[in-house]
Design a protein around this ligand. Structure first.
Ligand code: ZN
Length: 308
């Protein structure tokens, strides 16, 4: 090896150690705040990324305890992918504990996907001092539940990963194209399954489903939580069940972390059928990835709307 060649190799090694760029065979370490974003990052990154989710799939996504091992991975992550808005009130604390080593908000290691989609409920006046920290105060943050939003979300992920590993841009774009082809096939299936139920009226526990409902023509007539994260008062609950009975709402959508006694109580008072929908990948064994999540939720909903 000549001196010049040795120097070039040494320089390249030094550069690859300093910058969070994937070398040959190395994977970009990505931390996502939810399993849904993890699934989308894996779809785009393929074998060039190793993605971990901070929130477990059955956990209330707004109340997460970040474990010490996760903090260490967050500190060294090449990229943090998050929902943004006020969806992860626990994340600010975790990042603050890492100081300058953490991916800085708005920096090259931070990807806030709320900036890539059109948000719903941005005009809702919900900034109340007495309410829970996650109150949808900046718009509804459950936007990943419109599968069409996976288009801009994965585009943003391609951009962020390609900035970290420019040589892999073509691979990320190919992965995204393959994912979008499967997404389009899924959208065809889901629209067909829910088409007979356009306009069906639902009540949901938490306000997790406005994007999903808008995409598939369903109507959410009320949420049980008067403010996101706040259980209803007995008076509000009484008014809600009265309205449900009077207007004949047949379905109550419950997340896995909804209070089961509250869900049972409303169902008993109104005769509504409870549909347990899964808001995140991994929330049920069948919801193994982002597309399977919609296969499961659409099937559960279509079944509940079809049964007499
Ligand atoms: Zn929420």
């Amino acid at each position: 090896m000549t001196g010049g060649r040795a120097l070039t190799v040494a320089l390249a090694l030094a550069l690859s150690a300093a910058a969070p760029v994937a070398g040959a065979g190395a994977r970009l370490a990505v931390v996502a705040t939810s399993t849904d974003l993890q699934s989308l990052a894996e779809a785009v990154g393929g074998d060039r990324v190793a993605v971990e989710s901070l929130a477990a799939p059955l956990q209330d996504p707004h109340a997460v305890e970040v474990k010490p091992g996760q903090l260490a991975r967050l500190k060294s992550a090449a990229l943090l992918v998050r929902v943004g808005l006020d969806h992860e009130p626990w994340l600010r604390r975790a990042l603050a504990s890492l100081g300058d080593a953490a991916p800085a908000p708005g920096g090259p290691r931070d990807l806030d996907l709320s900036r890539s989609v059109a948000l719903l409920q941005t005009e809702t006046p919900r900034l109340r001092a007495d309410a829970a920290p996650h109150q949808h105060g900046l718009g509804n943050p459950h936007y990943w539940l419109d599968p069409e939003n996976a288009r801009p979300m994965t585009a943003a992920i391609v951009g962020a990963l390609a900035r970290l590993a420019p040589a892999e841009r073509g691979r990320f774009e190919d992965n995204r194209r393959r994912f979008l082809a499967r997404l389009d096939a899924g959208l065809g299936r889901w629209r067909t399954a829910l088409a007979p139920h356009r306009g069906a009226r639902l009540v949901t526990m938490h306000d997790s489903w406005p994007y999903f409902a808008a995409r598939f023509g369903l109507s959410i007539v009320a949420t049980v939580e008067p403010t996101p994260g706040v259980p209803p008062s007995p008076a509000a609950l009484g008014a809600l069940t009265g309205r449900m009975r009077a207007s004949g709402v047949r379905l109550l959508v419950a997340e896995p972390y909804a209070d089961p006694a509250l869900v049972r109580g409303i169902a008993a008072k109104t005769g509504a059928r409870v549909v347990p929908l899964v808001p995140s990948v991994g929330g049920a064994p069948e919801a193994a990835d982002y597309l399977a999540l919609f296969d499961l939720d659409v099937a559960r909903l279509a079944r509940a709307l079809t049964e007499p």
